[in-house]
Design a protein around this ligand. Structure first.
Ligand code: PEP
Ligand code: MG
Length: 940
């Protein structure tokens, strides 16, 4: 028990410590904000001088808000005290004058038993340091004042309680006594009376405890609790100054990088009480509804009560609008003031107020916390009310807010509760946002069946996914994998379809035979319920409640996004060399099917930046034809199979063009290695062995031949193997069919008066020679189709930039390519040399934890490496082709930080999954506002 009192020299009233500083102003009344501004030169300076709280109180006073009167002792005074251990010369005298003015303003008198003024003494540094420094309340209470207050309030229990608190606070805060010194006798007193909680204590009990506390104080401090109220004030100010150099405050400053030199200000403010009778009260309110954003005050109050009573919910509070009945004048004043506050702070306010004997005081106002929905509504409404500009409204909405509005979300408190209840199961990479709750199934077929036939909500769980798992993913509410990263197949597909997804939850062991998964000894069996949070990457056992939104119904968000588009489309937003865009970024979408394209349009995309044509090959009726085409031994056999595929592809493209009428559609020619379209080698081998063992011969030869063919296609490094343009050069028939299908569909659409703008994209180019070889062949087909169909329309041929060599040699590549699209999934993989499918599982998370990588480069563009290559490629590309169109279609196209980079380096557009289009539109506008007018070349 630390009972020793720290020696504290109390500065005598009126005895200057530093004669030279005497002329300086150390104390500012809340109403003297102008003088503070004049002295400090700026609002920032005022904040430094008066601290955050002091400047806030001064600002509220200036706005005409009735705050309980008081004054601020400056941070400069604190710094003076810090160096000498004494109040600077003149400070105390100024404080005494300020006290007199405070008495005048309140009509009360400090230390006067008949009409007592009580004050609080609080710290207030420039930057908030919550709870790190000292506060002393109810200064001004002594034996006489207590008697007077009891007569005034007719509430002895309340007054004795205040008094014992003051003595205790003085002991512990001003004289550094252990809490225990007071808590112990109090606990003993309660126990001897059989009380469990403080509310059982009567007025007499508190009075008895005051005597005990006084004795405790005298024993440990060495003198009686000061009855001189000015002495109390002096001690309190010193204690706050000293708390600036207390251990708690120093540790906090070290951790947050706040400088010791700033010092703290001290705010002396009148205490007001809401429990002084039925003409008093207290309450809290939001100036607009914080959950819906509705423009209606929401709050509650209690008559004849203290602030804690409202918060503790001991008594039922009344809705704020009832105040009009009980105190009409105060109510009107309250409504006027809060309106003024909103106007002054240009945001929804969360206010605390007290009415003391018919007089209203605002104790606190701050920008109110709110839901995503009300954040958007309030910003849009305030812009319409001309309280803020449209630009400000757009800037106030974060991409996360839009994200939260577009995906079902877990109820935050329910998620916390689940965590506290031990329902947390595992954590992986947050691959696709949103909340999913469902029963677990371990393969795509069962997931689809349980969803479609048994009408269950399902979560598909796999070690990783492949193209033939997509039907299960689409059927499911959510996807969970134990392997893979942010650009793995599961992640890309889930984002494309807006399915919440967590990948690479490597703590999970999946046993596909036993049909269960485990983390340690926790087992989740097939059919069990889990909750998957695509926002945080967390997985829980059991069901957590969700909330479900839809864009079409969110009129305010739609309005806000229209403003975002207007901002991005302003001419002159970007200034750059020849060929660089002068407006902000456009937002396009990655879409493979017409229904994705329709969604992309509904979400505001103005182009398709990537159609991965191979996804269409996996449809059940097409896959056998694709496999036949792959296994063909002659070019003729291959062409026959391709001719069967052509009508399917033409129909797909027709649907895309129709949905995107008038907007560009980039169709990428086949990209993945062919083995991805073939049955699984291991499974096939198992089947062959089983048939051989059982002596089954029917169909065995075909399977054996297929196995040989698949083995022949094996590559050690398929992502760096026979794929992309390499495959097209080895087997040009496939892309020739695709180009024919594209141009026939485009021609048919043109004949139906649909405006088409096809752009054919060649993937994985590494050298211009590849384009030189393939592109003219394809252009000839395009020309031939237009001749055959006798139509003409705009089109482009271009390439993806996915290989560092392509970026480096962009000037040559742009001689052929009319557009570039950065495939940043592969470009990141190849620049870092990290496998996009395995890196997260193996080391990326450790790298982030260890600070080797600040962010996951598969989610956010690595500006220093991959980003530099992009920047170089654009500059070089536009040198040889100033009209070069540049986009991005890797997963980064939907990431706000990466979008900003694309704005800076001069992309024309970003392309992302349709579900992320609204976020990207907002992020594009943010980039336009943040970098408005800056020169592209100088803005990196
Ligand atoms: C890319 O590599 O960024 C890309 C868009 O292509 P894919 O993800 O299909 O390889
Ligand atoms: Mg790629």
């Amino acid at each position: 028990m630390a009972t020793k009192v720290k020696a504290k020299a109390v500065v005598r009233k009126g005895k200057p410590a530093q004669a030279s500083a005497k002329g300086k102003k150390w104390v500012y009344l809340f109403g003297e904000v102008k003088a503070a501004e004049k002295y400090a030169g700026s609002w920032e300076g005022v904040r430094s001088l008066l601290g955050g709280k002091g400047s806030g109180l001064a600002d509220m006073t200036r706005a005409g808000v009735p705050v309980p009167p008081g004054f601020t002792v400056t941070t400069e005074a604190c710094n003076g005290f810090r160096t000498t251990g004494k109040f600077p010369a003149g400070m105390w005298e100024q404080a005494l004058v300020a006290m007199k003015q405070t008495e005048k303003a309140t009509g009360k008198k400090f230390g006067d038993a008949n009409n007592p003024l009580l004050v609080s003494c609080r710290s207030g540094a420039k930057f908030s340091m919550p709870g790190m420094m000292n506060t002393i309340l109810n200064i001004g209470l002594n034996d006489e004042v207590v008697d007077g207050m009891i007569k005034l309030t007719n509430n002895p229990r309340f007054v004795w309680d205040l008094y014992r608190r003051l003595i205790e606070m003085f002991g512990t805060t001003v004289f550094n006594l252990d809490d225990e010194i007071f808590e112990h006798p109090m606990a003993e007193y309660k126990a001897s009376n059989g009380y469990k909680v403080d509310t059982e204590m009567t007025a007499e009990d508190w009075q008895a405890l005051v005597s005990t506390f006084k004795a405790v104080f005298t024993k440990h401090v060495g003198f009686d609790f000061p009855q001189d109220v000015y002495k109390q004030l002096e001690y309190a100010i010193k204690a706050v100054f000293e708390s600036w150099m207390g251990k708690r405050a120093i540790d906090y400053r070290r951790a947050t990088g706040i400088s010791d030199d700033l010092g703290t200000a001290v705010n002396i403010q009148t205490m007001v009480f809401g429990n002084m009778g039925d003409d008093s009260g207290t309450g809290v309110a939001f100036t607009r509804n914080p959950s819906t954003g509705d423009q209606k005050m929401m709050g509650e109050y209690l008559l004849n009560a203290q602030g804690e009573d409202v918060v503790a919910g001991i008594r039922n509070a009344d809705p704020i609008e009832h105040l009009v009945g009980s105190m009409p004048k105060v109510y009107k004043q309250f409504m006027d003031i809060t309106k003024k506050l909103e106007k002054h702070y240009k945001d929804m306010q969360d206010v605390e107020f007290t009415i003391e004997r018919g007089k209203l005081y605002m104790l606190q106002t701050r920008n109110g916390k709110r839901t995503a929905k009300s954040t958007v509504k309030i910003a849009v409404d305030m812009a319409k009310e001309k309280l803020i500009s449209k630009e400000e409204a757009v800037l106030r909405i974060t991409p996360e807010t839009v994200d939260a509005l577009l995906h079902p979300q877990f109820d935050e408190s329910a998620m916390k509760k689940a965590e506290n209840d031990g329902a947390f199961f595992a954590k992986g990479v947050n691959a696709s946002p949103g909340a999913a709750v469902g029963q677990v199934y371990f393969d795509a077929d069962t997931t689809e069946k349980m969803t479609k036939e048994h009408k269950q909500d399902t979560i598909m769980v796999r070690p990783f996914t492949k193209p033939d798992d997509v039907h299960g993913m689409i059927a499911s509410q959510g996807v969970l994998t134990s392997e893979g990263g942010a650009t793995s197949h599961a992640a890309v597909v889930a984002r494309q379809f807006g399915i919440p997804c967590v990948v690479g939850a490597s703590a999970i062991k999946i046993d596909l035979e036993k049909r269960h998964m485990t983390v340690g000894d926790v087992v989740v069996k097939e059919g069990d319920w889990i909750s998957v949070d695509g926002n945080t990457g967390k997985v829980f056992i059991g069901k957590i409640p969700t909330t479900a939104p839809s864009l079409e119904e969110q009129t305010e968000l739609l309005t806000l996004l229209t403003w975002a588009d207007e901002i991005s489309a302003r001419k002159g937003v970007r200034v750059g060399p020849k060929g660089y865009p002068t407006r902000g970024l456009q937002v396009w979408a990655n879409a493979d099917y017409p229904k994705d394209a329709q969604r992309a349009r509904a979400y505001g995309a103005v182009g398709i930046g990537l159609c991965r044509t191979e996804h269409m090959f996996f449809e059940p009726e097409r896959l056998p034809i694709v496999q036949r085409m792959i296994l063909s031994e002659t070019s003729e056999e291959r062409t026959n199979a391709l001719n069967e595929l052509l009508p399917y592809q033409r129909k797909d493209f027709d649907g895309l063009f129709e949905a995107m009428d008038g907007y560009p559609v980039i169709i990428r020619l086949i990209d993945p290695p062919l083995h991805e379209f073939m049955p699984d080698e291991e499974k096939l081998l198992e089947e062959v062995i089983t048939m051989r063992v059982k002596g089954e011969t029917e169909g065995l030869k075909a399977k054996e031949d297929l196995l040989v063919a698949i083995k022949g296609m094996h590559e050690s490094n398929p992502m760096m193997g026979m794929r992309g343009v390499r495959l097209s050069i080895s087997m040009p028939e496939i892309v020739e069919m695709q180009v024919r299908a594209i141009f026939e569909a485009a021609a048919d659409c043109t004949l139906r008066k649909i405006v088409v703008k096809p752009e054919v994209m060649i993937p994985l180019t590494g050298t211009v020679k590849e384009l030189e070889w393939i592109q003219p062949r394809l252009v000839r087909i395009a020309a031939a189709v237009m001749d055959e169909k006798k139509v003409k329309f705009e089109y482009k041929f271009g390439t993806m930039i996915e290989i560092p060599r392509a970026a480096v040699t962009a000037a040559e590549i742009a001689k052929y390519a009319e557009f570039f699209s950065f495939g940043t999934n592969d470009l990141t993989q190849m620049t870092y040399g990290y496998s996009r499918d395995d890196a997260e599982r193996n080391f990326l998370i450790t790298y982030q934890e260890q600070g080797i990588l600040e962010k996951n480069p598969f989610q956010t563009i690595d500006r220093g490496g991959v980003g530099k290559l992009m920047d170089w490629a654009i500059a070089e590309g536009r040198k040889s082709r100033p009209t070069l169109e540049v986009g991005i279609c890797g997963e980064h196209g939907g990431d706000p930080d990466s979008i900003e980079w694309c704005h800076i380096i001069g992309n024309n557009y970003v392309s992302c999954s349709p579900f992320r289009v609204p976020i990207a539109r907002l992020a594009a506008a943010h980039a336009s506002l943040k970098h408005a007018g800056k020169k592209i070349a100088e803005d990196k």
